[in-house]
Design a protein around this ligand. Structure first.
Ligand SMILES: C[S@@+](CC[C@H](N)C(=O)[O-])C[C@H]1O[C@@H](n2cnc3c(N)ncnc32)[C@H](O)[C@@H]1O
Length: 250
């Protein structure tokens, strides 16, 4: 398996539980958009599936679809594989790939693709490779659903609590802040804290790069690959459906 720099190597244990709030807020909008993917002409891919909340939406919304869940972070993949192996959760319909998206051996025909909360991990050059792949492999009439998270352009984001929850006797708190690192990127700095009875138990700091993109930028990139990107759902969700443009001969 080719090397993948795992931005979640030290934070993976917190991601699935701390991203649950995003899915509570926007999961129904994701499901509504996913329902417009055909899912029947080839497997549907969940890119950077994490612990599988998007995979769950694909399974529920496209009951006939086979799902390929791509997750390069071993710790997050452990959560995902455990769920996928549960016949009541995955129903035998989920295959887990451990490569990064651009190294994964995917089928020639895709019934759809879901990329939630992950696009910023790809450089502009890597994004172009994703759009090429979609233009080549997305089944006619099918769609890819991606989301754009703020900031859409480089900006300083002051440190705020992004998520907190209690599990048993312990309280978990995630902080985030970002600084611009170039004309198209920021560097996120996350801190994950664990407390018990008000006392700190331990914490970890994680930094990673994130590539910003506006809706306009996405539409322009997609168009260069014969794809149309259309916003869907509430603006805060940042959801866009990508399909073959009129006249594309896929
Ligand atoms: C913020 S998490 C989102 C997880 C999940 N999609 C969700 O919304 O709950 C970003 C995920 O993207 C994955 N990821 C990062 N780079 C990737 C790449 N090059 N190919 C595939 N997945 C990648 C990470 O390992 C991580 O699981």
């Amino acid at each position: 398996m080719p090397a993948h720099h795992d931005d979640y190597a030290r934070s993976a244990e917190f991601i699935d539980v701390m991203i649950a709030g995003w899915w509570e807020a926007f999961g129904a909008h994701v499901a509504e958009a996913v329902a417009s993917m055909k899912g029947a002409e080839g497997p549907v891919v969940d890119v950077g599936a994490g612990g599988g909340p998007g995979t769950r939406v694909l399974l529920d919304t496209l009951p006939e679809a086979e799902v390929i869940a791509v997750e390069p972070s071993p710790a997050l993949r452990a959560v995902l594989l455990s769920r996928a192996a549960d016949p009541f959760w995955g129903g035998g319909r989920v295959t887990v790939h451990g490569e990064d998206l651009l190294s994964a051996r995917l089928p020639e025909r895709l019934g759809g693709l879901l990329a939630m909360n992950v696009l910023g991990h790809f450089t502009p050059h890597q994004r172009a490779r994703i759009w090429t792949m979609l233009a080549d492999r997305l089944a006619p009439g099918s769609a890819a659903l991606v989301n754009l998270l703020p900031p859409h352009e480089p900006a300083t984001i002051e440190r705020v609590v992004m998520s907190e929850l209690t599990v048993g006797r312990r309280d978990y708190k995630g902080w985030s802040a970002a600084v611009p690192t170039g004309p198209e990127s920021v560097r996120w700095s996350m801190t994950y804290e664990v407390h018990e009875a008000g006392e700190p138990v331990w914490s970890t700091d994680v930094d990673y790069d994130w590539w910003c993109l506006t809706g306009e930028g996405l539409r322009a990139e997609a168009a260069r690959h014969g794809l149309e990107a259309a916003p869907t759902g509430p603006d805060e969700a940042g959801l866009f459906l990508l399909r073959h443009g009129a006249g594309a001969g896929a």
